[in-house]
Design a protein around this ligand. Structure first.
Ligand code: NAD
Length: 500
């Protein structure tokens, strides 16, 4: 067997010369100010790039041009087939540039390259293609009305849509936001997260290469409190499509209320339960899948199944199986090695936050099953945290209530379906949930009673483009991916025609 490490991805990384300037009006240009965003590779501590840091003036310039292009109709009134073709071509260009896009995100935020290739890049391609193909499926209506009138209702684009995205799926989240906005005919200003701007800038270049007119998609990296706030407060923006934390999501509604009452869609944090009932047939397979639902992407997933609710009768056996699977599969390693299943967390500050949660869990009396020892994590410049599980958790403990956004699971014992639903719903969040059972009746009853936007039965985090992605409660409002996401980027106009 050939045991030579696969260096292919390192070679691509070494050869990278990423674009670091802002994209405004079809031109890459320097930021108005001198500040840069240092993009640091969390697996090594090395500098990836210094990215131009847009400020409020840059955002205003991007919004000005986006509004101008919208009024000119260069995109919204382009023949539909042409707009579709450009976005289909963009999806092809994302696929053709898959290796570079994958390496950019892996270098900036530490996601294993294997995940980029299996999930993020294909997800971005599919989303862009789906939205492109859906353009001519948007339909108004003509309700039956009085004989002396004709009433028809149009669906029209909003104008300028501001997209603000997080760092955990940099490319895919950017595409989830820009694809429906562009497909519906809007012009876009995209502000990626501070740590992860490079794939968004390449996406902007690919849009131009696909034939997209300048100024229709603008990409302005910058700080959230400065550029993000300026975008969300801009009087020229008709909608903010936001994915990020609940705390900043709240801000979006405030900004909208204080300015032009723009529409807000907010996909926010979660604390999702995975419910395991004692009747599951193959406990070991379920334990492996539950581990995947928790530790994929280092647990930096909004829908991570981080509360594991296990029926008392199988609790101890399940904990052992879960710990064994997690320890075997999820070993932190070099994210550019295609065999690595777990990379570092995004940055030092976030690593510190996750370690504080682990420390706090011990102090609150939770029992470590695996991980949880700071010496498992590299104390140097890197940002790794080993997979960590706590048992003996109850719903009042901080690790059961707050989103940790790292590889930390809280195992909670329950007394059957009804009790599991009660515990699952005892959370301010309501993004997703998993149910593992061989009882059809129990599965559907639990799915009906859970307070969340998405439920997976005997699986976790699977789905396709038809799936409305979004939450209830503090997990936000708005739906990504599905046809609704496209409609949410339009507004209705009623036209009443007097016939006599
Ligand atoms: P974050 O809220 O800190 O930042 C998200 C974006 O908002 C970034 O671009 C940031 O620069 C910007 N921002 C920060 N402060 C701002 C301000 N005052 N005004 C305007 N913009 C501002 O979130 P994060 O740490 O980048 O991402 C992690 C969070 O995202 C987690 O809570 C996770 O659950 C959530 N998330 C949710 C989904 C979903 O679909 N529900 C998907 C992915 C991530």
């Amino acid at each position: 067997m050939d045991t030579t490490p696969d260096r292919r991805w390192h070679r691509i990384a070494d050869a990278l010369r990423p674009e670091t300037r802002l994209l405004i009006d079809g031109q890459f240009r320097a930021a108005a100010g001198d500040e840069t965003l240092a993009s640091i590779n969390p697996a090594t501590g090395a500098l990836v790039a210094n990215v131009a840091c847009g400020n409020a003036a840059d955002i205003e310039a991007a919004c000005d041009i986006a509004a101008k292009r919208f009024r000119q109709g260069v995109w919204s009134r382009m023949p539909l087939r042409r707009r579709t073709d450009i976005l289909i071509r963009l999806s092809e260009l994302i696929a053709e540039n898959r290796d570079i896009l994958a390496v950019l995100d892996t270098m900036e935020m530490g996601k294993p390259i294997a995940e980029m290739c299996a999930i993020d890049v294909p997800g971005a391609v599919l989303t862009m293609r789906y939205m492109a193909e859906s353009i001519d499926k948007i339909a108004g209506s003509a309700p039956v009305t009085n004989p002396d009138a004709l009433h028809y209702i149009l669906r029209q684009p909003l104008g300028v849509v501001g997209c603000i995205t997080p760092w955990n799926y940099p490319l895919m989240m950017a595409v989830w936001k820009i694809a429906p906005a562009l497909a519906a005919g809007n012009c876009v200003v995209l502000k990626p997260a501070e740590d992860t701007s490079l794939s968004a800038l390449l996406l902007g270049r690919l849009f131009l290469e696909a034939g997209g007119p300048g100024g229709v998609l603008n990409v302005v990296p910058g700080r959230g409190a400065v550029a993000g706030q300026a975008l969300a407060r801009s009087m020229q923006v008709e909608k903010i499509a936001f994915t990020g934390s609940t705390a900043i999501g709240r801000q979006m509604y405030r900004y909208a209320a204080d300015t032009n009452l723009k529409a807000v869609s907010a996909e926010l944090g979660g604390k999702s339960p995975q419910i395991v009932l004692a009747d599951v047939e193959d406990l070991s397979t379920v334990a492996a899948k539950v581990a995947d639902g928790l530790f994929g992407n280092q647990g930096e997933v909004c829908s991570a199944g981080s509360r594991i609710l296990v029926e008392r009768g199988i609790h101890d056996e399940f904990c052992e199986l879960l710990a064994a699977h997690a320890s075997r599969k999820y070993r932190p390693g070099d994210p550019l090695d295609p065999t690595t299943t777990m990379g570092p967390l995004v940055n030092k500050a976030h690593q510190g936050r996750v370690l504080d949660y682990i420390d706090g869990a011990r102090k609150e009396g939770a029992m470590p099953v695996i991980g949880g020892d700071p010496s498992d994590c590299c104390p140097d410049a890197t940002c790794f945290v080993a997979p960590t599980l706590f048992a003996g958790v109850d719903s009042r403990m901080t690790i059961a209530r707050e989103e940790i956004f790292g590889p930390v699971g809280a195992i909670i014992a329950h007394n059957g379906a009804e009790d599991a639903v009660r515990i699952a719903n005892d959370s301010p969040y309501g993004l997703a949930a998993g149910v593992w059972t061989s009882s059809l009746g129990k599965a559907h009853r639990i799915a009906r009673d859970l307070e969340c936007g998405m439920v997976w039965i005997n699986g976790y985090m699977n789905g396709d483009m038809s799936q409305p992605w979004g939450g209830w409660k503090l997990s936000g409002h708005g739906r990504d991916k599905c046809l609704q996401a496209l409609l949410d980027n339009t507004q209705s106009k009623s036209v009443w025609v007097t016939l006599d």
